[in-house]
Design a protein around this ligand. Structure first.
Ligand code: AMP
Ligand code: MN
Ligand code: MN
Length: 335
């Protein structure tokens, strides 16, 4: 389902001649949240618009994997985001609570444009560019740039490619359509280097990450009977693991990608301790036969069918118990 023309018209009217805009993406931003936000922000700034961008969670540090992105100087800490912006644009954020400390800007802003691809999006804006069929929010932003007549130059391309790369799991997920590869080809034609971007995103972990991965993987649990017999693999990243290996929460995004390689499990789960918020940030993935997005939405989180998450304030046993129970009820999808 693509975006209705009326929605495009509203969005391009809001952004067409704006002099100032505030951009925000979801807490603990990933490659798509940051990449899609920075791509539009950089392009608007080059057109002469005053742009600031932020996200509402601590620590306010760009994850090391995304430190190579252009236009990161658009970013300001939450305290510097106006209390009532005329125009707020949100990226990759399905509901206001996912804006964290910036959630209160939604009711106070003059207009809120929501740019997203989460099927669970609650349509909390005054205008929406929402395409649940898009592989990444970056796909929606690419079309938005075209419709605004803003060039997709090397800078914008690097950011958009990062969103596309990370949200498709390096062009492996079911969302990897012909149009995804067509957009990737167009972005690469600007001269960006896919080898350098992949290296920065995936192959630039501190050495401590390798040891952390060893610890977390060695205590992974396989439950063959879970998910109606399709199997669940899960593990936990505790605060002590992060401390022992000198790793931040933002740097353990890739753990789930290793756990999910187990053939015996349809579903993978990693519970990551957030020492600042005193909770677990739970990441889940499926290989196509279970809608983990629906499972996580039922647990107060959200996401996509095969990649989703939720936040848990309980202990590990309780968190897994709730997840297992929901998973047992999830219908098996045809693949
Ligand atoms: P992650 O496991 O953090 O890579 O997230 C996978 C997908 O689930 C992304 O689309 C996230 O935006 C979404 N997601 C993760 N955690 C939550 C949450 N607590 N609430 C809603 N959506 C989430
Ligand atoms: Mn995201
Ligand atoms: Mn996304």
């Amino acid at each position: 389902m693509s975006i209705p023309e009326d929605d495009w018209a509203q969005a391009t009217k809001l952004l067409g001649d704006c002099a100032e805009v505030v951009l925000a993406c979801h807490v603990a931003p990933d490659g798509d949240a940051l990449g899609s936000m920075i791509a539009l922000g950089g392009a608007l700034r080059r057109r002469g618009c005053r742009v600031i961008a932020s996200w509402g969670s601590a620590p306010f540090e760009v994850p090391q994997a995304y430190g190579f992105l252009p236009d990161l100087d658009l970013l300001v800490p939450v305290e510097q985001v106006p209390a009532a912006p005329d125009l707020l644009v949100t990226f990759d954020t399905g509901s206001p609570d996912r804006l964290g400390l910036l959630a209160d800007r939604v009711p106070s802003a003059g207009a809120v444009l929501v740019v997203d691809h989460h099927p669970s999006n609650t349509r909390y804006g005054t205008a929406h560019l929402l395409d649940p069929g898009a592989a990444a929010t970056a796909v929606v932003v690419a079309e938005l740039l075209d419709r605004l007549g803003l060039a997709i130059d090397e800078s914008a391309a690097a950011s958009l490619y990062t969103g596309l790369l990370t949200d498709t799991g390096s062009f492996r997920h079911a969302s990897t359509s012909p149009s995804v590869h067509q957009l990737a080809a167009r972005l690469l034609a600007t001269g960006i280097r896919p080898d350098l971007i992949s290296r920065a995103v995936y192959d630039s972990q501190p050495f401590g990450f390798v040891h952390l991965l060893g610890d977390v993987c060695s205590r992974a649990v396989l439950e063959p009977a879970a998910a109606g017999g399709l199997g669940l693999i899960w593990s936990v990243v505790e605060g002590v693991d992060l401390d022992r290996h000198g790793i931040g929460l933002a740097d353990v995004e890739g753990v789930i990608d290793v756990l999910r390689t187990a053939r015996e499990a349809e579903v993978a789960l990693v519970a990551k301790r957030d020492p600042l918020e005193d909770c677990y940030r739970v990441s889940t993935r499926s290989k196509g036969a279970i809608d983990v997005g629906a499972v996580c939405t039922a647990l107060g989180g959200g996401g996509h069918r095969f990649a989703a998450g939720f936040t848990s304030y309980g202990d590990v046993a309780g968190t897994l118990g709730e997840f297992r129970a929901r998973l047992a009820q999830a219908p098996q999808l045809a693949m």
